[in-house]
Design a binder for this molecule. Sequence first.
Ligand SMILES: NC(=O)C1=CN([C@@H]2O[C@H](COP(=O)(O)OP(=O)(O)OC[C@H]3O[C@@H](n4cnc5c(N)ncnc54)[C@H](O)[C@@H]3O)[C@@H](O)[C@H]2O)C=CC1
Ligand SMILES: O=C([O-])CC(=O)C(=O)O
Length: 274
Amino acid sequence: MTDQKASNELRVAIAGLGSIGTKIATALDQGIEGLALSAVAVRDPAKHQAFLNGLHRTPKVLPIDQLGEAADIVVECAPSSQLRAIVEPAVRRGRSAVVVSVGGLLDNFDLVDLARAKGGRILVPTGALIGLDAVNAAAVGTIHSVKMVTRKPIDGLKGAPFIVENNIDIDNLREPLKLFEGSAREAAKGFPANVNVAVALSLAGIGPDRTQIHVWADPTVTRNVHRIEVEADSARFSMGIENIPSENPKTGLITALSVIALLRKQRATLCVGT
Ligand SMILES: NC(=O)C1=CN([C@@H]2O[C@H](COP(=O)(O)OP(=O)(O)OC[C@H]3O[C@@H](n4cnc5c(N)ncnc54)[C@H](O)[C@@H]3O)[C@@H](O)[C@H]2O)C=CC1
Ligand SMILES: O=C([O-])CC(=O)C(=O)O
């Protein structure tokens, strides 16, 4: 595959071949209307060689900051610490960046201005959440409040900075423990691999400072559970989702599917939902 477009296919590059990235790469390789996988960036190429060799069309392996040279859409599926290195060069070239580590956007919000200035775009999928279409619509009017409660099994929370810094022992919990209550912005700092969903919700609605979230460590659940209450001048709605964890226990299986659904919409003739 060359850097040149062979057709009017949109070229897609993926940064990070972990739980989310490999599923998106596989879906692109199996065929998404009008899209082709052109490149990937990985931390350890040897580890991913067998996977890449198994694809019908082998993408280029590039450094993360070069993906925008080989793609129209760069999909960020790496830890949030890498977000800037992936998204900045892409939007600087006027490309679209799909961001899953959306919590990382809050400390890098200038990337939105950069994208605007350069004709790029930043696309945040609904990810492991639900109903951002309704939140977007309600935000056209006035949203009074957005409240979210997240419950995760212990394995899905281990190592979160908030837990480590506060020396909280969650390993021996026998009943649910509320770890955190506050804004989506503060939650993203304490739980960067756990509450991307709250940040996506906040960006769709009333922002990271007014969106409230409670985070529970819950040994009685086996799924990542998110419940949301929205109070707006147009509607009141409650939403809930119980995500089956992927091979990465922090990440719900539906996250990759949400990105694939977003990619499908880029060239689909029939698009349903906003
Ligand atoms: N928006 C949402 O709803 C959700 C977002 N997420 C976020 O999505 C991101 C990815 O999640 P997973 O795929 O589950 O993580 P993962 O840990 O399974 O995969 C991340 C991959 O990135 C790779 N990586 C790390 N540094 C890299 C670098 N410099 N260059 C290239 N690759 C690099 C790692 O080797 C790993 O393969 C995380 O930030 C996670 O918090 C997770 C769940 C829901
Ligand atoms: O997968 C989930 O349920 C949510 C998640 O990890 C996140 O928002 O980062």
